[in-house]
Ligand binder design. Sequence first.
Ligand SMILES: Cc1ncc(COP(=O)(O)O)c(C=O)c1O
Length: 417
Amino acid sequence: MPHPADLARRAAALDDEHAATDLRDRFLLPDGIVYLDGNSLGALPATVPETLAGAVRDQWGRDLVHSWNTHGWWDAPTRVGDAVGRIVGAAPGQVVVGDSTTVRLHQTLHAAVALRPDAGVVVTDPGSFPTDLYVVAGVAAQVGWRVEHSGPDAVPALLDDLARRGERVGAVVLSHVDYRTGRLWDLPSLTRATHAAGAVSVWDLCHSAGAVPVDLDLHGVDLAVGCTYKYLNGGPGSPAYGYVAARHQERFVNVLPGWNGHAEPFAMAGAYEGAPGIARARIGTPPMLSLLALEAALHAFDGVDVRDVRRRSSSLTRFLRDCLEALVPGVEVVSPLDDAERGSQVAVRHPDAYGVVQALAARGVVTDFRTPDVVRLGVAAPYLTHGDMLAAAGAFADVLAAGDHLDPAYGRRSVVT
Ligand SMILES: Cc1ncc(COP(=O)(O)O)c(C=O)c1O
């Protein structure tokens, strides 16, 4: 087992090696904490407070309603969409921002149904984030499709089996990274298998955008959604995005037609006619201040290649695993060992996971709990160091040694954990 001093030397050497991708000074984080919850709420980018204050003061406060034109508010959903597109590998004109992931997924799945009107089955992972399960079940019930559940690794075999039975699959809805375990699924090969079955691929990118290269265009993904408040650091409740590959836009049916997506929104026409291009996926008036905060936040990625973020993140999560295994023997790490299969978090199973998360927070290490027994250590690479990984594992060991996690005060669970 490595001695803590060896781990400290390794942390310092790795931080030197990865110095070029240390973007900590682009973020405002309180001193004295190790923030391992950027997979829930990303940290505050340094560009945001002044931009947001200016938007409130000079745009809303001074220029008032003219700001829709003079400050580019009207075009913000597609302009910010293009900025998100740069991070997820989508050429301009294919991403729109606004509304929540839940709303976007509902809209997107209906669009998939419209692209495959003769199908009758949707395939999804039963381990998906609840909102995805609810939306898939809800839309399937609305359109009369059957839901088939399968872990992503078994999806290709399931698709073959369904094809043999003459069942037509319309869509495969999967998360790129599992929210609990941090397992990164093989988007290119699962998209190919989906297409081979004649179905439309729908990806949830909540836990990968900004942390892992996605390359939507390169891999021929059809439709995708994602939130912006995790690794994209857009802020609490920042609007989600939807991706519609250019080749599908003409046939994109918007199940939530609203005036913002109309071809001539200010004609105030009585009948809906979708705008050309990605703008037809717009719905209603977007949350403008959040959208402008997100736009400012995305500047944290200026000049940054997501591949470099990924390299840094793989090194950090690998080192965090090593530190946990060395300092907290017996801890069960559930995130994959193989770098290629691990997203940007290290999940640990512990019977008192809730107490561990609270006790870690008391020692300045912010993680989160996912029921029933998972401690998630989210690693947003731009603002974390290998030294932070060692500090977090050390705090984990100290908590267990002192029994802090068994404090009866941690018996009651709060809403956001
Ligand atoms: C994979 C995944 N999908 C969807 C959501 C949430 O959707 P919404 O932005 O509508 O709350 C989350 C939230 O953490 C998530 O992890």
